[in-house]
Ligand binder design. Structure first.
Ligand SMILES: Cc1ncc(C[n+]2csc(CCOP(=O)(O)OP(=O)(O)O)c2C)c(N)n1
Ligand SMILES: [Mg+2]
Length: 486
């Protein structure tokens, strides 16, 4: 093998020394080939100082070619070729499917992480002051106050509906505590034609779009005014009118759907995008990966909005992924991405505004990772103090609360005062209590509705299930709710 290599080097030097261009090219190819063969196993048994033209072996057993010492002209030619190799001349650039690639002699593995974590875009500091160097989209008084009152409304809505569940008036609830800025500021940056495909912790987007507190209450109570006819669990809101897809329980299924919706908007040349929300836990689903790749290659105008709140029920993000969060995944799929402070209303608003613009005007997906914390329990079926400390929750609830931070900025501008705050909170509370009373009084659909709206003709297997349900209600009447007509 060594003899073969030395012969090759001689040949390369000789060819390079000739004047013919053809011969020079052949010499370059040979020199290249020598580099390619570099770490061949035939030198691994030779750890001592190699002869000229042989390879030096390092401590790990890897080797590199020691320069050939032929006549001086030939040596100069090898130098020249090595120089070209180092400079990455066209000799080292080769076409592969997907584009040209340059070669490198070093066997460098791409590191699993960057030394520095991706930075987090922020506008407001912890005291609600704007950070000197930050760039953000201007927010005027009217918009600022609308955002603020929606955030407060969402917060009170969560408190009262949560209590209603504890009192046994509704079967289930799930709060957005700590994520009010994400909900409201992202919604404010969108336009009404943009299509929303939510997870379940984004009711504020619907609130912003004009879903009334009565509509929320009707869904939670599953009465006849609920658009889902009481067939879904509470918090599975949806609205055709407001371009808000109905929440679906299986995590991350909304992501590929959002890409399809965005692609259809693009085909129809609409001035709109799709936005889909999901949690850090949702990124472990195959649907997340399929959706990002699908969006990148179809250049679909979709905004992927990840709420990284640290937890997927009891699983912390440290057990969810080893990457630097979610933002880094974007580049792997060829998607422009940003990490933003999710508890900073102005940062979320600006990032979503810019993302929407880029998605539509450039026809591309954008990924946003909003860093936040799930202050509430996962849902009313969870007790989060079993897997995280009460101190940690308290820290986020008090010191990092997005509403009080934003309020400081609004009040600092002279746009809000304590009396207005009290009035807003009282009004929202009253409206909610009223909505609950009304929703409770509206009758529920009959049991037969459970089997409608999917098939034009109810198929035999569903008819059989219906009969079996009626049988078991007859056998165990006390286990069946009295407010649902049979
Ligand atoms: C496909 C699927 N797997 C598991 C579940 C059970 N589940 C419901 S919510 C949830 C956690 C999701 O966490 P994350 O996406 O971070 O959202 P967060 O609740 O933190 O807002 C899980 C595992 C589900 N609904 N669907
Ligand atoms: Mg989460």
């Amino acid at each position: 093998m060594i003899a073969w290599l030395i012969a090759d080097l001689h040949m390369a030097a000789w060819l390079a020394g000739t004047s013919s261009e053809l011969a020079r090219r052949a010499a370059r190819r040979l020199a290249c080939e020598l580099h390619r063969r570099g770490p061949g196993p035939w030198f691994l048994s030779s750890p001592t100082e190699p002869a000229l033209g042989q390879q030096a072996v390092d401590r790990r057993g890897f080797c590199s070619v020691r320069r050939f010492a032929g006549d001086s002209a030939a040596a100069a030619t090898v130098d020249e070729l090595e120089g070209e190799f180092a400079r990455g001349g066209d000799l080292q650039v080769v076409d592969f499917p997907g584009g040209k690639l340059s070669f490198v002699g070093e066997m460098n593995f791409v590191p699993e992480s960057q030394r520095e974590r991706i930075k987090c875009y922020r506008v407001l500091d912890d005291d609600g002051g704007t950070i000197y160097s930050s760039r953000f989209k201007e927010v005027g008084k009217e918009l600022a106050l609308k955002m603020y009152s929606n955030m407060v409304t969402l917060q009170i809505m969560d408190t009262i509906f949560y209590e209603a569940q504890r009192q046994g008036r509704i079967s289930f609830y799930l709060t957005s505590n700590g994520e009010e800025a994400i909900n409201i500021a992202s919604a404010a940056a969108l336009s009404a034609d943009d299509i929303v495909l939510p997870q379940y912790r984004e009711p504020g987007v619907l609130l912003w779009r004009g879903f009334t507190l009565q509509e929320f209450a009707n869904q939670l109570f599953g009465n006849k005014m609920d658009y889902g006819k009481g067939r879904q669990m509470p918090i599975h809101y949806g609205s055709n009118r407001l371009n808000y897809f109905t929440v679906s329980s299986p995590i991350a299924t909304q992501l590929p759907q959002a890409v399809g919706a965005a692609y259809s908007l693009k085909m129809e040349k609409k001035d709109a995008c799709a936005i889909t929300y999901f949690g850090d836990g949702g990124t472990s689903e195959g649907d997340f990966h399929a959706a990002l790749n699908f969006a990148a290659v179809t250049e679909a105008p979709v905004v992927f909005f990840c709420r990284n709140n640290g937890w997927a029920i009891s699983t912390p993000t440290t057990e969810q992924f080893r990457s630097d969060g979610v933002v880094t995944r974007g580049q792997a799929y060829g998607i422009r991405s940003i990490r933003v402070d999710g508890n900073d209303t102005l940062a979320v608003y600006s990032a979503v505004h810019a993302a929407r613009e880029m998605a539509i005007t450039e026809g591309r997906p954008i990924l946003i990772e909003a860093m936040t914390y799930r202050v509430g329990h996962h849902s009313t079926s969870d007790d989060s103090t079993k897997y995280r400390s009460a101190d940690e929750i308290e820290h986020w609830r008090t010191s990092r609360d997005p509403i009080s931070r934003y309020r400081k900025w609004v009040q600092g501008n002279g746009w809000w005062c304590d009396a207005e705050e009290t009035e807003l909170r009282n009004n929202v509370r009253q409206e909610l209590l009223q909505a609950i009373q009304v929703a409770e009084r509206i009758p529920k659909h009959g049991l037969a509705e459970l089997f409608t709206d999917v098939y034009d003709q109810v198929p035999s297997n569903l008819r059989e299930q219906q009969r079996s349900l009626l049988d078991s209600i007859q056998k165990h009447p006390s286990d069946y709710p009295t407010d649902v007509p049979v």
